[in-house]
Design a binder for this molecule. Structure first.
Ligand SMILES: Nc1ncnc2c1ncn2[C@@H]1O[C@H](COP(=O)(O)OP(=O)(O)O)[C@@H](O)[C@H]1O
Ligand code: SF4
Ligand SMILES: [Mg+2]
Length: 369
């Protein structure tokens, strides 16, 4: 079985630096804007989410601030893209939300329910089925020894014990077909090594979907895939949003793919949120100098450009025992004295658009890059 060719788009105008392959990501046609039910409130929120790691020993013991004071919100039926260069804390946020890591401080709320209040194994299992994770490497979540039916049927057995064996099989077939693994009954019988990378990643989404999730945490789900098959997976994410009503936190270092699928964008820098807002607004009129740098490094806004490809020059951010002040100040042409002394809080500039910068304004007239 091959990847769906209708998903493939190629253009010589937009070259991908690493592989020499090329792809152009236009804004997805006819895409539905997320419209969470009025008054329903956000699906998941974090307040001051912080995770530090102790590194070194003895006199050399230091504290690495992987994630500092992150407050974000994800609406029902919304794709939020979390973008930032390598080491900016994206995966740590995903692991905190998946309850793989405990926060150093701060809180996570799912539909208003405080995650730290979860005590019983049953409640934790219920949370994990509401918020499953899809990993970057499809092999990480698929056992190579078993047929691919094993993982999805195991998920169904654990999270939906009311299903009979026959119903479980029928549901597994349905889910495989939802994620584009056709014919489901046939693909379920294959071993992971008999599938392509893209198909294996679809199995990862099928395993998540089997839990009837509210929010899928997708940590760089397409970055290990061949460029030509990435769009099929991006389209799958929008399908899961539009047809299954699932929210997705899409973690990526590629701005173009974020623009293609996401409703809102959260830009991370050195463990903190630099800017967040509706994806088109943030990319068309970036308020934070770091976002401006990212956007200026993308010559064609539809081309696939990795964050960090041309944006990580200058001093790297200091996240080990950081001192107060803006973590972007060593790269920022607009830095003022206050930027060296006071950490800029995330300020709301427009109703749904915030930036953590002392000088950023709602009208986006200040240009650093
Ligand atoms: N378990 C860990 N122990 C120590 N440092 C870690 C650990 N996990 C992540 N880090 C550090 O936290 C920072 C953020 O990492 P990560 O969340 O993986 O970033 P990203 O996913 O954006 O590349 C990095 O400096 C990384 O080295
Ligand atoms: S707070 Fe200061 S250093 Fe940081 S991005 Fe804004 S202007 Fe630049
Ligand atoms: Mg990561």
């Amino acid at each position: 079985m091959t990847e769906p060719t209708t998903d493939q788009v190629a253009s010589p105008a937009a070259a991908k630096p690493q592989s020499g392959r090329s792809v152009t990501l236009r804004k997805r046609p006819g895409r539905r804007r997320a419209s969470p039910a009025a008054g329903a409130g956000p699906l998941l929120t974090t307040e001051g989410l912080t995770r530090h790691f102790k590194i070194g020993g003895g006199l050399h013991r230091r504290t690495l601030h992987a994630v500092d004071d992150v407050s974000l919100s994800i609406g029902a039926g919304e794709i939020v893209a979390l973008v930032g260069e390598s080491g900016s804390g994206k995966s740590t946020i995903a692991r905190l939300l998946a309850r793989i890591y405990q926060p150093t401080s701060g809180e996570i709320f799912l539909q208003g329910r405080r995650l730290s209040a979860i005590r019983s194994r049953a409640d934790l299992l219920a949370y994990r089925s509401d918020v499953p994770m899809v990993f970057q490497d499809p092999f990480a979540s698929i056992n190579p020894v078993f047929r691919v039916s094993h993982g999805v049927e195991r998920s169904l057995k654990l999270h939906r014990p009311e299903l009979s064996r026959a119903e479980r099989r029928a549901e597994a077939v349905r889910i495989f077909e939802v994620v584009g693994l056709n014919p489901g009954a046939e693909v379920l019988e294959r071993f992971p090594h008999e599938l392509s990378g893209g198909q294996r990643q679809r199995v990862g989404f099928a395993q998540a979907l089997a839990m009837r999730p509210k929010l899928i945490l997708a940590d760089e789900p397409v970055s290990m895939l061949d460029v030509s098959i990435r769009i099929g997976l991006l389209n799958l994410m929008t399908k899961l949003r539009d047809e299954e009503g699932v929210s997705i936190l899409y973690i990526t270092h590629d701005i173009a793919s974020a623009r293609y699928v996401a409703d809102r964008l959260v830009v991370m820098y050195a463990g903190q949120i630099a800017e967040s807002g509706p994806v088109e607004d943030v990319l068309a009129r970036p308020r934070h100098p770091y976002t401006q740098l990212l956007v200026s490094a993308v010559p064609d806004p539809r081309a696939e450009v990795s964050v960090g490809a041309d944006t990580d020059r200058g001093e790297p951010p200091r996240v080990i025992d950081p001192v107060p002040g803006c973590r972007f100040r060593w790269r920022c042409p607009l830095a003022e004295q206050v930027c060296h002394e006071v950490t800029p809080p995330l300020r709301q500039l427009l109703p749904d658009h915030s930036a953590a910068c002392h000088v950023a304004t709602a009208d986006a007239e200040l240009k650093a890059f």
